[in-house]
Design a protein around this ligand. Structure first.
Ligand SMILES: N[C@@H](CC=O)C(=O)O
Length: 296
C-alpha cells in the first residue's frame, strides 16, 4: 500500500479565539492535548472545524507549529493546507512538511468553478513539491466543488495523493472507490452521520470533530467495527447519532465550542462572522449530551 499514515479516529480540533478574536494558541494546545489523551489515533488541525479559511497565512503557520509542538510525535498529524491558489497551497504544504506533519489535507477551494483538469493539475503541482502524502478532501457543502468518484480515482494516480476523505454523505461513492481500486484503497469518512455505513463500506478511518465532545463513543465505535461486532457497533453508533447530526447541522466550530462549554471546558471565542449557538440551540445540545454522560 502507498504511504498511508492514518487509521481509526482522526480528530479535528477547533481553532479557539480570545475575546479580541485573535487565535488563542495556549487554549488550542490544551484542546489538542485533550484529543490526544482521550485516545484519538490522529490529529488534524486547520480543517473545516479549525476554520482554516478564516485564518491569515501567519495564523495558519502558528497553528501548524503549535500542533506539532503539542503532539510531539505521539500520534500522526494531518495539516489542512488548502488555498484558492496553487502557489499558496504549495507554500503551506511545504511549511507543514518542514514543521514535521505526517501528511497534508487539501480541499479544492474555489471562486471560479474549477474544471476536473484544473483540479488534477493543482494536486499534481502540490504533490511534486512535497514528499509527505496528501489526503484529497471532498466536501462540496463547504468548498462548492464536488469531486466525482471518477475524479478522485484520477487524483489517486498522483504518487503522493494516497488518501481520500469523502464528506458528501453519499456512501455509494465509497463503494465505487472500493470496487474500482480494490480493498487497499485508503478512503476516510468525513461525514459524521455516515460513520457506521462508511466503516461497513471499508473506510480506514473517520475524520471527525466529535472527539472534542464524545471521544469514548467515537473510539468504541471504531473498536467494535475492528472486532467485527456489528450489533455492538450499531448500538454504539445509535447512541451518538443525534449528537453527530446536531454538530453537522449547526456547523462544527459553533457546535463544538458550545459542547465544550457544556462539558465545563473553555472553547474560546469564534471569529466573526461566526456566532455561537443561540440559547435554544444550546439547550437542545445540552439535552442531547445529557443522554451521553455515561460512556460505553
Ligand atoms: N471534515 C471536518 C471534520 C469532520 O467532523 C473538518 O474538516 O473539520
Amino acid at each position: 500500500m502507498k504511504n498511508v499514515p492514518f487509521k481509526g479516529i482522526i480528530a479535528y480540533p477547533i481553532t479557539p479565539f480570545d475575546p479580541n478574536e485573535k487565535v488563542d494558541i495556549p487554549l488550542f494546545k490544551h484542546l489538542v492535548e485533550r484529543l490526544i489523551t482521550s485516545g484519538s489515533h490522529g490529529i488534524a488541525p486547520l480543517g473545516s472545524t479549525g476554520v482554516m479559511p478564516y485564518l491569515s497565512d501567519e495564523e495558519k503557520e502558528e497553528v501548524t507549529e503549535a500542533t506539532l509542538q503539542q503532539v510531539k510525535g505521539r500520534i500522526p498529524t494531518l495539516v489542512g493546507v488548502s488555498n484558492l491558489t496553487t502557489e499558496k497551497t504549495i507554500h503551506h504544504a511545504q511549511f507543514a512538511e518542514k514543521a514535521g506533519a505526517d501528511a497534508v489535507m487539501i480541499i479544492p477551494m474555489s471562486y471560479w468553478k474549477l474544471t476536473d483538469d484544473e483540479i488534477v493539475t493543482h494536486y499534481d503541482a502540490v504533490a511534486s513539491k512535497i514528499s509527505i502524502p496528501i489526503m484529497a478532501y471532498n466536501n462540496p457543502a463547504t468548498s462548492g466543488v464536488d469531486m466525482s468518484p471518477a475524479l478522485l480515482k484520477r487524483l489517486l494516480e498522483i504518487p503522493n495523493v494516497t488518501m481520500i476523505k469523502e464528506s458528501t454523505g453519499d456512501v455509494q461513492r465509497m463503494h465505487y472507490l472500493r470496487r474500482e481500486l480494490g480493498e487497499d484503497v485508503a478512503f476516510y469518512n468525513g461525514s459524521n452521520p455516515l460513520a457506521l455505513a462508511a466503516f461497513s463500506a471499508g473506510a480506514r478511518g473517520w475524520c471527525t470533530a466529535a472527539p472534542n465532545l464524545i471521544p469514548e463513543l467515537n473510539i468504541s465505535l471504531y473498536h467494535a467495527v475492528e472486532e467485527g461486532d456489528l450489533e455492538k457497533a450499531k448500538t454504539i453508533f445509535y447512541q451518538q447519532f443525534d449528537l453527530l447530526k446536531f454538530i453537522v447541522n449547526k456547523g462544527l466550530p459553533r457546535a463544538v465550542k458550545s459542547g465544550l462549554n457544556i462539558l465545563g471546558e473553555d472553547g474560546g471565542n469564534l471569529r466573526s462572522p461566526l456566532k455561537p449557538l443561540h440559547e435554544k440551540e444550546t439547550e437542545e445540545l445540552k439535552n442531547i449530551m445529557k443522554t451521553l454522560i455515561n460512556p460505553v
